[in-house]
Design a protein around this ligand. Structure first.
Ligand SMILES: [Zn+2]
Length: 65
């Protein structure tokens, strides 16, 4: 679990949303393979990359220990 500074809550990290535009750019076949290589570093709620570790959130007073 990570802490999202945007949503101000603990969230499960996820990949960026599926993009049909990128799907067609990657000619369909290669896009799922490309997605497998993506890092899981997105907030599941807002889709942003504003995630920090829970430890850091606690140290900055954003989250109760
Ligand atoms: Zn968020």
């Amino acid at each position: 679990m990570k802490f999202c500074t945007n949503c101000k809550r603990t969230v499960r990290p996820t990949k960026k949303p599926w993009s049909w535009l990128e799907f067609f750019v990657f000619l369909g076949i290669f896009y799922p393979i490309y997605r497998i290589s993506l890092p899981t570093d997105r907030c599941v709620i807002c889709g942003g990359k504003t995630l920090i570790s829970r430890k850091k959130a606690v140290s900055e007073g954003l989250l109760e220990a």
